[in-house]
Design a protein around this ligand. Structure first.
Ligand code: COA
Ligand code: AMP
Length: 635
């Protein structure tokens, strides 16, 4: 790979002249009205990009390509090994489906600025639903299918949708997940009353419709007239995406429209090195930010072909599934989570299944969602013989913070590092007093404000929470919540979260949120949840509970109930499988639970007895408990 001179010039310019740089990039997007000001800092620390400009994201993703010679190019390939289905949509076909669905949504009284919740599996109708909302200027909020009713209810209450779009079921390899009963329960639990639901019936598990509230998707769409694109302000929200924070209540990350379209377009070319017309695959889920940006908006705004994959890296049917999809659809790049590659490596360590497929068109593998561990990166690189790029992301940022810009200027890959900052990102590593640290020292990674276009301008209905959560601890900076270091060459390594967010198989969860569920069990007096290292999933949650005095039921019975409660209240995706009943929790003299120390013990890492501990014997008890439960517990 080359030197990085071009990258360095582009990055330096983006910091020195952000308005000039981003004004040039914005020429790649169709605007119905040009912006008055590229960057509005008058409300700092709240910033606005392309203020005064107007556009429509769906027009940029579909209509403009139909008008400019891509009508017959495939826009979307749906590949679903779990239902044994494959379907393709040209840009013209997808535009027509979306326009009609937008008509059906508008007929329910949904217009510009109204919120619509989308609770759907990985089917083309989910993509259509997102784009149809964008077409109308309505704000969609996609809720991942692996979340339970309570999580859905809290999102309904927060964003107060006029309409919910759903499907009757999801299809997991081993079971059908009935979505509709979960939605019914969520609507029942929510204080905000949802008056209309449009349900896509899947043959694998049709749902019963509630009279007067639920509408059949196919009938409703068939009866609708196509709807055109409604221009919105560049700073109007395109979507809200809820993510785990430090409390049990999720944060509604707002994504505005103009900057997002510009940043995604730039990234498709310069980061991912894809050409319009080429086939691109992001094996994530539309319920996550990565799915929003790189299954739906990025590739379509750019005019490439996007693969929507309803399956897993292994078991659907085997660990060759990814190679099959890449070769069959001639994908030039794949974006997935390291956990997916660990799953493949575990089942087929020598990569024998790869030999069955022709991957001659495949150029680059991109990994994100959790730290790309060097053994996995090196294994993938050896096996595939292509660059494996680890890049760093957050729901909040909408696109990459750091990466290796292979389309602009590929740089040497250093396994364990997510390479270098994207344009507009001015990163520093700070100590606890907010002072910049030396190269190579680990501290809190923060970014100088303003953040580049495409990042979140605020949290939904929570400007103060936005300021408090991200901008207050280090004034003038965005606190990423991640810790790591920057080396002599400017390469960034992200090592861990500094808060209680954990990353389970690329899914972001909050231990605080899980603790709220544990604490709600009748027999539990106190609890703590930590993320312990897991070879496949990166981390998995582990709970510790202290029972109320006088409880004399068997520990195992209580632990099983707790596990079930987490599944029911947060969802299977939390992968909460174990709770240990302990006599006491180790605390500091001021009463803070020593989660970090327990985690080190469970992960078999060196740990020291904290000087502030209230009673050292408690840690010994925890160590014994961990050992008895099969955790390493060094010490
Ligand atoms: N709807 C309903 N349930 C879902 C779901 C969905 N969309 N996605 C996952 N689940 C359920 C699964 O069925 C499973 O339930 P179970 O406990 O009854 O078996 C549970 O949630 C955990 O699922 P998952 O995390 O997928 O674990 P797994 O063991 O089935 O598979 C991996 C492991 C590594 C193959 C898988 O996690 C994976 O592909 N991860 C990559 C994630 C990713 O791409 N993230 C985006 C970051 S870029
Ligand atoms: P999410 O908001 O779900 O995308 O999760 C964001 C978090 O995942 C980040 O704050 C990091 O902790 C972690 N993460 C994502 N990508 C990477 C990466 N490439 N390296 C290290 N951590 C990552």
């Amino acid at each position: 790979m080359a030197s990085g001179d071009r990258y360095r010039a582009v990055h330096a310019r983006s910091l020195k002249d952000p308005e000039g740089f981003w004004a040039e990039q914005a020429e790649t997007i169709d605007w119905t009205k040009r912006w008055d000001k590229v960057l509005d800092s008058s409300r700092a620390p709240f910033y606005g990009w392309y203020v005064g400009g107007e556009l429509n994201a769906c027009h940029n993703a579909l209509d403009r390509h139909v008008e400019n010679g891509r009508a017959d190019q495939t826009a979307l390939i749906y590949d679903s090994p779990v239902t044994d289905t494959k379907r393709s949509f040209t840009y013209l076909e997808l535009r027509d489906h979306v326009a009609r669905l937008a008509g059906a949504i508008a007929a329910q009284g949904v217009g510009k600025g109204d919120r619509v919740i989308i609770y759907m599996p990985m089917i083309p109708e989910a993509v259509m639903a997102m784009l149809a909302c964008a077409r109308l200027g309505a704000v969609h909020s996609v809720v991942f299918g692996g979340f339970a009713a309570k999580e859905l209810a809290s999102r309904i209450d927060d964003c107060q949708p006029k309409l919910v779009l759903t499907a009757s079921c999801g299809v997991e390899p081993a079971r059908i997940v009935a979505y509709k009963p979960m939605l019914d329960e969520a609507i029942e639990q929510a204080r905000h009353k949802v008056s209309k639901v449009i349900v896509f019936q899947r043959p694998q598990g049709p749902a019963t419709l509630v009279k007067g509230r639920d509408l059949d998707w196919t009938e409703t769409v068939a009866a609708a007239a196509p709807h055109g694109c409604v221009p919105v302000r560049a700073t109007d929200p395109l979507y809200i995406l809820y993510t785990s924070g430090t409390t049990g209540f999720p944060k509604g990350v707002v994504r505005d429209t103009g900057g997002y379209c510009v940043a995604l377009y730039w990234s498709m070319k310069n980061l991912y090195g894809v050409e319009p017309g080429e086939v691109w695959w992001c094996a994530s889920d539309v319920g996550w930010v990565v799915g929003h940006s790189y299954i739906v908006y990025g590739p379509l705004i750019y005019g490439s072909t996007s693969i929507l994959y309803e399956g897993k890296p292994v078991g659907t049917p085997d660990a060759g599934a990814f190679w099959r999809v890449i070769s069959e659809h001639k994908a030039v790049a794949l974006f997935t989570a390291p956990t997916a590659f660990r799953a493949i490596k575990r089942e087929d360590p020598e990569g024998k299944l790869l030999k069955k497929y022709d991957l001659s068109k495949f150029r680059t593998l991109f990994l994100a969602g959790e730290r790309g561990d060097p053994p996995t990166i090196e294994w993938a690189q050896r096996l595939l013989g292509v660059p494996v790029v680890d890049h760093w992301w957050q729901t909040e940022t909408g696109w990459v913070i750091c990466g290796n810009f292979v389309g602009l200027d590929p740089m040497p890959i250093k396994p364990g590092s997510c390479s270098v900052p994207a344009p507009g990102w001015h990163l520093e590593v700070l100590d606890e007093n907010g002072h910049p640290m030396k190269r190579g020292q680990v501290g809190a990674i923060a970014a100088r404000l303003p953040l580049p276009p495409g990042t979140f301008p605020t949290l939904w209905n929570a400007d103060e929470r936005y300021k408090q959560g991200y901008l207050t601890e280090f004034p003038g900076y965005y606190k990423t919540g991640d810790a790591g270091f920057i080396d002599e060459d400017g390469y960034v390594s992200v090592m861990t979260r500094v808060d209680d967010v954990i990353n389970v198989a690329g899914h972001r969860l909050s231990t605080g949120q899980i603790e709220e569920v544990l604490g709600a069990h009748d027999d539990v007096a106190e609890c703590a949840v930590i993320g312990v290292a897991d070879e496949l999933k990166g981390q998995v949650p582990l709970g510790f509970v202290v029972l109320k005095a006088g409880v004399d039921r068997p520990d195992r019975e209580i632990a099983n109930e707790i596990v079930q409660m987490v599944r029911d209240r947060i969802g299977p995706v939390a992968f909460f499988k174990s709770a240990l009943v302990v006599q006491r929790l180790p605390k500091t003299r001021s009463g803070k639970i020593l989660r970090g120390t327990i985690q080190k013990m469970a992960d078999n890492q060196p740990w020291t007895m904290p000087a502030t501990i209230e009673d050292p014997v408690v840690l010994e008890e925890i160590k014994d408990g961990l050992k008895a439960a099969g955790y390493a517990a060094k010490g």
